[in-house]
Design a binder for this molecule. Structure first.
Ligand code: GLA
Length: 372
């Protein structure tokens, strides 16, 4: 009996050692290849060839990319009818050249949209029909240009806000709630093979989860194509994992792909519970909110690494629902978190440091992938 137990124990140990060895040297996307793609948002410096160090990290570790800014309407159609394709073309070429999953971001969003979209020549709001036509022209042009080359589009970004869950953006107030379904239908017509996603922040909050479920269930009930939902995942050290899990399951059970689309983990104190992930937030600088200018203390560093590990354990536990995990950027220097929600701080949200060096958590994540 003892001999049997000892033999089984040794065999198990042997298998674990072999698996562990086989993980060594793997990149992030290789390590999670059975579970989901792993990606990053690319900035224009990388696409323009200026940022070689970031470029080599991306090509080594990631098999999925999203455009950080260059496909947003204020950049791609800054003036009505004048499209600026250069960086977006570079983005799609980059993904194809490196055989990556290419995600377009984003077609309809209240922020980073040029003013002309919503007003007439004298500055009054346009009519519902005019805005619908402008939305259609935009979606047809942008989705149409990359037809057959983009794996999936973030069609509508951040439609949820306030107690009733309906953001009163210009899209909503001028067109009505049905702007969401129109956008999905238009995107589907422009590229019938592209996947289509709804993307939003703080999707772990129960009220926002409910509002998101209402949006996607409405599309599903009407037979409008929607393939997945994106949780932006701009998290802090107190991210409520139990609630994140509930949201993954709630959307996954509807048959939708769940994507972690803009993952970063701030190590800094959050200024107030009142601040949401709204991009226009700008809180005044105070030294007490920028405590780690010279580096993270060990306890915070450990807590930060452990939170990333816990998040990836959760993602892998639910890999039947999760199709992609994308980081919002590549290294700490270039992260938007240094300037949001307070400008000029030193934050540590990503997996590569200010010297473009891999943080130790990368190997912890790679090792983790075989245990789940
Ligand atoms: C939101 C958007 C992203 C990006 C971040 C902040 O999450 O979806 O495109 O603008 O805000 O950088």
């Amino acid at each position: 009996m003892n001999k049997i137990i000892t033999t089984s124990f040794l065999s198990a140990l042997f298998i674990i050692t072999i698996s562990c060895e086989s993980q060594k040297g793997k990149t992030l996307s290789e390590a999670f290849s059975d579970d989901y793609t792993v990606g990053a948002a690319l900035n224009v410096q990388l696409l323009q060839g200026i940022n070689k160090k970031t470029d080599s990290i991306v090509r080594k570790h990631y098999n999925s990319i999203v455009a950080e800014n260059c496909m947003k309407s204020m950049f791609i159609q800054p003036v009505e009818g004048e499209f600026a394709w250069v960086d977006a073309d570079r983005f799609v070429d980059y993904g194809e050249k490196n055989n990556m999953e290419i995600v377009g971001h984003t077609l309809v969003w209240h922020a980073m949209a040029p003013d002309w979209f919503f007003v007439d020549s004298v500055g009054n709001d346009v009519s519902r029909d005019v805005l619908i036509q402008r939305m259609k022209t935009h979606i047809e042009a942008v989705v149409g240009r990359y037809k057959g080359r983009i794996h999936g589009w973030d069609v509508v970004n951040e439609a949820i806000d306030g107690p009733d869950g309906v953001r009163q953006s210009k899209w909503q107030t001028i067109i009505g709630d049905d702007y969401i379904e129109m956008a999905f239908k238009m995107a589907h017509e422009a590229d019938p093979d592209a996947e289509l996603y709804y993307n939003d922040y703080s999707m772990y909050e129960p009220k926002r989860r409910e509002a998101g479920l209402r949006i996607v269930k409405n599309l599903l009930a009407k037979g409008i194509r929607i393939d997945g939902v994106g949780f932006q995942a701009h998290y802090g050290l107190d991210v409520p994992l139990v609630e994140v899990e509930k949201s993954i399951v709630a959307f996954g059970e509807l048959g939708l792909k769940v994507m972690i689309t803009e993952l970063d983990l701030s190590a800094l104190p959050f200024p107030s519970e009142e601040v949401t992930a709204e991009v226009s937030t700008d809180v005044a600088y105070q030294e007490k909110f920028n405590p780690y200018k010279e580096g993270l203390p060990t306890d915070i560093k450990n807590r930060w690494s452990q939170t990333y590990i816990d998040l990836f354990k959760l993602f892998t536990k639910h890999s039947k629902y999760i199709s992609r995990v994308t980081f919002w950027g590549v290294n700490d220097t270039e992260s938007w978190k240094n300037d949001w929600p307070i400008k000029g701080r030193t934050d540590y949200p990503l997996l590569f440091d200010r010297a473009y060096k891999e943080k130790s958590v990368v190997q912890s994540l790679v090792q983790l992938s075989y245990k789940n």
